[in-house]
Design a protein around this ligand. Sequence first.
Ligand code: V47
Length: 371
Amino acid sequence: MTIMAIYLADKNLEPIAEKVLAGERLTREDGHALYASFDLPGIGTLANHVRERLHGSKTYYNINLHINPTNTCFMSCRFCAFGRKAFNEKSYILKPEEIVERARLRMPKGCSEIHLVGGLDPRLKIEYYCGYISALKAAFPEVHIKTLTPVEVVFIARMSKMTIGQVIERLADAGMGSMPGGGAEIFDSEIREQICEHKCDAEGWFETHRELHTRGFKSNCTMLYGHIEEPRHRIDHLLRLRDHQDLYGGFQCFIPLSFHPANTAFSHLPGPSGFLELQTIAISRLMLDNIPHIKAYWIMLGIKQAQVAQWLGANDIDGTVVHEEIYHDAGAKTPLGMTVADIQRTIRECGRTPVLRNTIYEELPEPAAVG
Ligand code: V47
């Protein structure tokens, strides 16, 4: 494709387009220029160019199940509607055997991954986390356990008087396969202080991924946007992820997380516009030249936005999920889960090719009954 083949309404984007088409890395200033532009079709076309260069027409999905072991949390993150104080009547801590039972009841046919994240409860030590991981592995040996974020790992390390590396080794011995991307929020310390002041900082978040990646584990990464941050904070966040990836290479997928304000301390904020959601997908694809996959998480974006995003840089949509709590506590209107047939139809409706994957992006045969 030549630059002549791309119509850019915003001519300021031409130098960036030249770089993207030549496969050159974009700078911080380029990132700022992208966020300053309203030329979403132009930016989206460039992001789609990168997406198709990497993945052609494939949109990846998986058959997964989300379980939240506990919603008790002694933190008070201002963007969160999920965490409950220990004395709250709606707080819960599932025992390992209850987690296994829940998995048994809810697990969809062909499930390859259980994704588990929860709140921070000082009463829970490393034995609790290893307990549910090993119980799940004993019950479902073939299923990949993707669990805990650096926020939880740093907390467990503190509560259990261990190093981050020691926590990771214990979790890995119990059967943890990888980690999801949560807890990243916005790395900039001034923003972090206003949205989640007591939780692990950017250094703790990156140290955990460094300890994971240097042991050969994969993980994902995220950015929570559309609250009080500015475009420069988003670009700074993306560049910190890109720098880490240059050194350690363990991030498989980036998931921009669109802020849902309902029932949070930021409920007075409007949340991100549909424009910002799609712009952020596209800019993420352009800036993160070393992270292979960009996920448009259908639960959070809504199925329709997730479809459009497949032409603006995204190449993954997440999976069946089955029962989601974090976004639904914050007002998400999407279903709690989707069937495989729903996901395949969603992907085909937007002209992309559904490709079933496992957690580490190995391609799996399409389920015959619904293929
Ligand atoms: O860390 C919490 C975010 C994250 C809200 O790795 C909120 O494949 C928006 O990380 N509005 C957890 N976002 C979810 C997460 C995730 C989800 C799907 C797939 C993967 C993956 C990871 O959700 C939290 C926080 O950043 N979050 N509350 C809210 N009100």
